[in-house]
Design a protein around this ligand. Structure first.
Ligand code: GLC
Length: 708
């Protein structure tokens, strides 16, 4: 179907049919069937399986123009097979496997009639109080961009439209409270929050979703400058923009629109082509046009974009899915889910705790997350198959033999304060040589509208941890959660701490692979705060005029400090995160030596090669995520103290060394100056190649002024 065909079709459409295309509703029985027959919906949400095919059949065979439906679903980190939550996938620093996981998810969803997923979420997330940090790829724009592009490619290669969301700034909600106002300076938008969406647009993402939040006084869903101005006109995005759930009519609650008619006008004018869940477009646009308050050309542009995406998906030829499409291969998906979950786990502490001794005769698996197949899947798993979700307890029994592995919950669920099960759990711990304690957040504490003001272990889990630790039996702590938790009170009570996020269907086998000897390789995609009081805390911050000394001694929480220091720091807490972005341990020691630059000076448009000699100085094979950071030491505006510019996963055998090289093009040094022009300024840069955002050898190079 060509653009000409689309124009032809638009010319045949009534205004009612056009407004129908601009409407996405959730089906509720027969009235929705009639609506579809009348061409009153261009898309349905949350319809899968036989219902999906039924509604598609109604649209294609029984509406006047036979325009197929977009059938949308939140396929966020899997469909029947559930992969780790996006924050966990981000910890693997592996775009290729994120692409593969998205492709598998699209095959499974496509086979159930879904042709549009509301994923990837590209929101920069610097606040672990925000429940939706679980759905994000963390705090760094480059990592988010790389993984977002990979997800878009994975979905769309399998014939499912991806959706870059939530445009824009949603993750910067005040207080980490979902849906709350955001107050982002233009340069923060341009250099931090918009780049992942630009990357997705350049990768050909078919749809974008507008956000709920108020952006400096203008609701994102009514933000004409950003949607029509930046996304559509400046960047050239030619797909469709869908609102978030009722975010058009919520502009009334925002106090931005008087009523639904005004909200419809604001949404269409801003460039929101399709309204999700509410029906103000359907109800009011005809009247707005009649009153001369809305130009029909804007409606036609919206309809054109919607038909264009349906055409790009091939829905006019294959409304029920392309028969030549690759069918889901479950064993492959399962293997990938295990591999990705394994490499998403981050080892935060290990003092002789891991790996489990080969001859551990009796292992006690304890905790509310030890055998919780549904909870370990995490948020947004409408279609996840709990019956195929494998837990740590089951996987460890399978691995070591049932006679060597015993289990007690200790607490019925993560939020429980009922200690009736504590005594039995402690007794079981006492009978074992080692305890694998699985704690964290149940899935319901994570995701949309599930924000937390306190980031400690929920319920009586700290009590359970301390009681088990008091037995003196070594504790390997596995934490499954949808966000960074405050781990200061936790760390002293465990010999090893493995952070598994919500690891998905194969979380159990993946974690057991690591407990039994495969070296963890996950790295933190988000900073871990020492306390909630530090939030927001992120690595790519500004230096300030009074930076604390970078090597200031780590200050134990609560130590009364000499208030004589006048620095950007606290009196009662260390200013640094407990664990920095990029951090993660393994079962070996990597050494970084001999950092080399191909030149000490660079000219605009040029490329610098930076390399380091990486060695596995330990006794186990392992994978390292080698990270490249730069700092623009002086700019026409202040610049972050470090910015991730590239990363590579490198696997080395014990004793093996490899020179790891990166190419840094001057385009990677661009930013927006005080006039909001994108520039690449001459001057000195510091460059690091290291294991995380707080360490590694560095060198300085100079970007020369352009000759012109
Ligand atoms: C929700 C979310 C959005 C999701 C949509 C459809 O409110 O904000 O991310 O895709 O509604 O479920």
């Amino acid at each position: 179907m060509t653009e000409h065909d689309i124009e032809q079709l638009i010319s045949r459409m009534t205004l009612a049919e056009k407004l129908g295309q601009m409407t996405q509703v959730q089906p509720h029985g027969r009235d929705q069937e009639e609506r579809v027959r009348q061409g009153g919906a261009g898309s349905l949400i949350n319809v899968v399986g036989d219902d999906a095919y039924h509604y598609q059949w109604l649209a294609v065979e029984h509406s006047r123009l036979g325009i197929p439906l977009l059938l949308g679903r939140d396929v966020i980190h899997g469909f029947q097979t559930v992969f780790p939550i996006p924050l966990g996938q981000a910890a693997a620093f592996d775009p290729e496997r994120v692409r593969q996981a998205a492709a598998h998810s699209a095959r499974e969803a496509g086979a159930a009639g879904v042709n549009w997923t509301f994923s990837p979420m590209l929101d920069v997330a610097r606040d672990p109080r925000w429940g939706r940090i679980a759905e994000s790829f963390g705090e760094d724009p480059l990592l988010i961009s790389r993984l977002g592009v990979a997800m878009v490619q994975g979905y769309q290669q399998e014939g499912v439209a991806a959706c870059a969301k939530h445009f824009v700034g949603y993750g910067a909600a005040e207080g980490g409270r979902d849906y709350s106002a955001t107050d982002l300076a233009p340069r923060a938008l341009l250099d931090t929050y918009l780049p992942p969406f630009l990357a997705a647009q350049q990768a050909g993402v078919m749809t974008v979703m507008s956000a709920f939040n108020d952006l400096d006084g203008v609701p994102a869903t009514g933000h004409e400058d950003l949607i029509r101005g930046t996304l559509k006109n400046r960047w050239g995005f030619d797909g469709l923009v869908v609102s978030d759930w009722c975010s058009v009519t919520e502009m009334i609650a925002h106090g931005f629109c008087e009523d639904a008619a005004a909200a419809a006008r604001a949404g269409v004018s801003a460039g929101v082509d399709m309204e999700m869940a509410s029906t103000s477009y359907l109800d009011h646009i005809a009247g707005l046009i009649e009153q001369g308050l809305l130009d029909i050309a804007l409606v036609d542009d919206a309809v054109r974009r919607i038909l264009r995406i349906k055409a790009r998906l091939g829905l006019f030829q294959h409304p029920y899915g392309d028969p030549g499409r690759t069918q889901p291969q479950r064993p492959v998906a399962t293997q990938l889910a295990r591999s990705l979950a394994r490499d998403s786990c981050v080892l935060l502490k290990n003092e002789q705790g891991l790996p489990l001794g080969e001859h551990a005769r009796r292992v006690a698996v304890i905790g509310p997350m030890a055998d919780a197949p549904g909870e370990q899947l995490g948020c947004w798993v409408f279609d996840g198959e709990r019956q195929h979700s494998q837990t740590v307890f089951a996987a460890l029994q399978e691995r070591l033999g049932a006679q060597r592995v015993v289990h007690a919950r200790g607490l019925e669920h993560c939020r429980s304060h009922d200690l009736d099960g504590l005594e039995a759990a402690v007794a079981l711990a006492r009978s074992a040589e080692v305890v694998v304690l699985c704690l964290g957040e149940d899935a319901g504490l994570s995701g949309e509208a599930h924000c937390r003001a306190h980031l400690d272990l929920p319920g009586a889990q700290q009590t359970l941890l301390e009681a088990v630790a008091a037995t003196g039996v070594p504790v390997v702590l596995v934490i499954m959660a949808g966000r960074p938790l405050v781990l200061g009170p936790v760390l002293p009570h465990a010999q090893a701490v493995l952070y598994a996020w919500h690891p998905g269907s194969q979380g159990g086998p993946a974690i057991v692979d690591l407990l039994c000897g495969e070296s963890p390789s996950g790295r933190l995609p988000v900073s871990f705060p020492r306390s909630v009081g530090q939030i927001p805390i992120f690595y790519n911050h500004k230096n300030t005029g009074r930076p604390p000394h970078p090597d200031a001694p780590s200050i134990p929480s609560g130590t009364p400090l000499d208030p004589s220091g006048f620095f950007a720091a606290y009196l009662d807490e260390d200013h640094r995160p407990l664990f920095p972005f990029g951090f993660g341990l393994g079962y070996t020691r990597f050494e970084y030596r001999d950092l080399q630059l191909s030149a000490s000076q660079l000219t605009p448009g040029g490329t610098l090669c930076a390399s380091v000699l990486l060695s596995n100085a330990g006794h186990r094979s392992a994978t390292e995520v080698v990270q490249l950071y730069v700092r623009d030491l002086v700019g026409s505006v202040t610049r972050p103290v470090r910015e991730l510019k590239d990363f590579q996963r490198i696997s080395l055998q014990p004793g093996e060394s490899q020179r790891v090289s990166f190419e840094l093009h001057t385009d990677a040094l661009r930013f927006h100056d005080r006039h909001l022009r994108q520039v690449c300024e001459s001057g000195r840069f510091e460059l690091w190649i290291g294991p995380d955002s707080a360490s590694g050898p560095s060198a300085v190079f100079e970007l020369m002024a352009s000759q012109a």
